[in-house]
Design a protein around this ligand. Structure first.
Ligand SMILES: NC(=O)c1ccc[n+]([C@@H]2O[C@H](COP(=O)([O-])OP(=O)(O)OC[C@H]3O[C@@H](n4cnc5c(N)ncnc54)[C@H](OP(=O)(O)O)[C@@H]3O)[C@@H](O)[C@H]2O)c1
Length: 241
């Protein structure tokens, strides 16, 4: 398409929660697009295995580090690792997220805190680390993997809905804060995606594939610099009734 970047050669990308599911598919897609990619997750073994498999599948330059995005010190250590290993940062995909589903009366304070600290505060931590690094490169791109649950509340979703509604507000303000520094920011909002995320609907045949979300991320990232796709909603064409 006219004006679109053909690929992401020369770009360095971080994908949080890149060991499985949507994050893993995004990491693979960015590697196929020519970017160098760093992933993190809470499990060192899962990171190691994903890095090995991604490298074998794509032949690309990929590495990873254990980091819980809800822990500021671990996030700082992860970004220092990226500095040392890759020497810069152009793209941040905030994908790591959890879903704990319970009515408010049954939701524990620990479950509430874990959801908000992962899905919302963790995104702030990563953006706060990425933005000064973008300045050194003259700009950058942040993609926040939100959800249709950021606009549609559902029973049992209080913690998850609050984290994702909050994430959309954060993402819009972030975009307005940094757009004149050549930082583009986009919220990608999928409906149900076929991953291990939710055991609530185990039949996955009707769901969005993680690779479809990755295709959208790749498209958004390759838009010409003059144009920002700031929000994308993605839904299954024929959801289970
Ligand atoms: N699946 C859906 O239907 C759906 C729909 C809309 C939006 N989303 C969003 O898409 C994102 C990815 O979901 P998914 O379906 O791919 O989930 P998933 O299959 O459970 O994968 C989640 C990934 O995030 C990592 N992760 C979880 N908590 C983390 C933390 N505190 N720090 C670092 N990494 C962490 C996991 O690794 P470890 O467990 O090893 O940490 C894993 O790599 C989430 O933000 C989710 O809210 C999902």
């Amino acid at each position: 398409m006219a004006g679109m970047e053909k690929d992401l050669a020369g770009k360095i990308a971080v994908v949080t929660g890149g060991s499985r599911g949507i994050g893993r598919a995004i990491a693979e897609r960015l590697l196929r697009d020519g970017a160098q990619v760093a992933i993190c997750s809470r499990s060192a073994a899962a990171v190691r295995q994903a890095v090995r498999e991604l490298a074998e599948a794509t032949g690309g330059i990929v590495d990873g580090h254990v980091a819980d995005v809800s822990d500021l010190e671990q996030v700082r250590a992860f970004f220092r690792f990226v500095d040392q290993r890759f020497g810069g940062l152009d793209i941040l995909v905030n994908n790591a997220g959890i879903g704990i589903f319970a009515p408010v009366a049954d939701l524990t304070a620990e479950q509430w805190r874990r959801t908000i600290e992962t899905n919302l505060t963790g995104v702030y931590y990563c953006c706060h680390e990425a933005l000064p690094r973008f300045r050194n490169r003259g700009g950058g791109f942040i993609i926040n993997i939100s959800s249709l649950a950021a606009k549609n509340a559902f029973a049992g979703g209080a913690a998850y809905n609050a984290s994702k509604f909050g994430l959309n507000g954060f993402t819009e303000a972030l975009m307005l804060d940094h757009r004149y520094e050549n930082v583009r920011v986009c919220s990608v909002m999928p409906g149900s995606v076929a991953t291990e995320f939710s055991a609530r609907a185990p039949d996955s045949s009707w769901k969005i594939a993680p690779e479809d979300v990755a295709d959208v991320v790749s498209f958004v990232l390759r838009m010409p610099a003059r144009t920002l796709v700031s929000r994308v909603e993605i839904r299954p064409s024929r959801p289970a009734r």
